[in-house]
Design a protein around this ligand. Structure first.
Ligand code: ADP
Ligand code: ASP
Ligand code: MG
Length: 401
């Protein structure tokens, strides 16, 4: 039996928590399993390192940012190896590079391309507990890269896939995936299981309990993934898998994403090719566009509104302003105090009325919907940020109340 366990920052916040996690790890090891552990940085280390960088340089190079941010995880693995040794078991720490994790060169948001498992296997054969630094890898120039915030989830699933592990356990500060973020909706319920597709959608729409790339990878390589709490490791968590043993329910969860901004181009010419021009300019800058809304033409003009990730807002504004003449619009309006709130469920496709129920809940609460987007398994609305907690609660109440 080979298990990959991942522990997030809050599970490692101080020496007491580290000692507790060391015990969970060694208990697993003593039951006879081969154990590979992927660790995040302790507590808020990554945020603190980022803040330090920005104090010295508001636009640091992404290469140096990776050199800095990856240190948090390197500290965790060395300290954990010491804690495990103190508990009487053999352990070895491996950085991303030592664990054979190769990525592309997209600094601060790199993708894992390949994992050479030789070193990890050699250590497992010696019955060592292998501690791998999450979030980091190395590119073909031998520079350290990081995988984007929450990237340790992805490191763990990738290592589990590469080693053919029997299970990937993601230990965090909640004991599973809930019908909504329990910090926003205290009455949210824990799901015993959820499909990869629904989890991928929830994670992509703001449920940061798992990084969406980790779910994508778990689905692709069919890695059984469990989300559970390091504080209560014996309580069964949520299993993320291909098919459910129970029938799909209409809505499995509600998610909220604050990391979004809306841009509106006012009075564009109403003729063919205008939308193509706008979105190809943005695509060329690698700006991902999410929800798009175009008004009907009136007096030969129309408006187009769309959303982008908050980090892309400045660049999107620049590109559109620089090309104002070529595109031909009279005004560019920007809203960055908005949130996207979504209901996700594989059962939606067979149940008309999910969107209506969601809109009714928002209307009863007096919350204005700015934009809507739907797919087979989700309905998303854009609302004012200050309404977003309430929006999550009333939508949750409408489906689970
Ligand atoms: P870690 O440090 O272990 O990686 P994170 O803070 O990244 O932990 O993720 C865990 C947090 O995810 C929880 O504390 C919770 O607030 C949040 N979260 C958001 N949506 C959900 C959800 N649907 N179910 C459970 N937790 C969620
Ligand atoms: N430490 C990184 C972060 O805070 C990676 C992770 O924890 O998954 O995003
Ligand atoms: Mg996380």
């Amino acid at each position: 039996m080979l298990v990959v366990q991942k522990y997030g920052g809050s599970s490692l916040a101080d020496s007491e928590r580290m000692r507790h996690v060391a015990k969970v790890i060694t208990d697993t090891y003593k039951r006879g399993a081969d154990v590979v552990v992927v660790l995040s940085a302790q507590g808020d280390t990554t945020d603190e390192l980022e803040a330090k960088a920005l104090e010295l340089n508001p636009k640091p190079s992404r290469r140096e940012m990776d050199a800095l941010l990856s240190c948090g995880e390197s500290i965790s693995i060395a300290l954990m190896a010491m804690a495990i040794e103190a508990a009487g078991c053999p352990a070895i720490s491996l950085t991303g590079r030592q664990a054979g994790i190769s990525t592309d060169s997209s600094h601060t948001n790199a993708r894992i391309k390949r994992i050479d498992t030789e070193r990890m296997r050699r250590e497992l054969e010696k019955r060592h507990i292998v501690l791998v630094a999450g979030f980091q890898g190395v590119n073909r120039f031998d520079d350290v890269t990081t995988l984007g915030r929450g990237g340790s989830n992805t490191s763990a699933v990738a290592v589990a896939a590469a080693l053919g592990a029997d299970l990937c356990q993601n230990f965090t500060d909640v004991d599973g995936v809930y019908t909504a973020d329990p910090r926003i909706v205290p009455s949210a319920r824990k799901l015993a299981e959820i499909t990869y597709d629904e989890m991928l959608e929830l994670a992509s729409l703001g449920a940061n309990v798992l990084q969406n790339r980790s779910v994508e990878m778990a689905k692709r390589f069919n890695v059984p993934l469990e989300v559970l709490s390091s504080f209560t490791p014996d309580v069964p968590g949520t299993l993320v898998k291909e098919m459910l043993t129970v029938e799909n329910i209409q809505v499995s969860g509600v998610a909220r994403d604050n990391n979004t901004a809306r841009l509106s181009l006012v009075r564009l010419q109403d003729k063919p090719g205008v939308a193509a021009k706008v979105f190809s300019l943005l695509a060329r800058e690698k700006i991902n566009v999410d929800i798009i809304l175009q008004s009907i033409g009136r007096d030969d003009t129309k408006d187009i509104s769309f959303t982008v990730g908050a980090k892309c807002l400045d660049r999107a504004r620049e590109v559109l302003t620089e090309n104002r003449e070529a595109i031909g619009f009279s005004e560019l309006l920007i809203a960055d105090n908005i949130s996207k709130v979504s209901a996700v469920g594989a059962g939606m496709v067979n149940n008309p009325g999910v969107a209506a129920r969601m809109f009714e809940a928002l209307s009863a609460a007096g919350i204005n919907i700015q934009m809507i987007s739907t797919s087979e398994i989700k309905v998303s609305v854009l609302v004012d940020r200050e309404d977003s907690d309430r929006a999550v609660r009333v939508i949750h109440e409408a489906f689970f109340g």
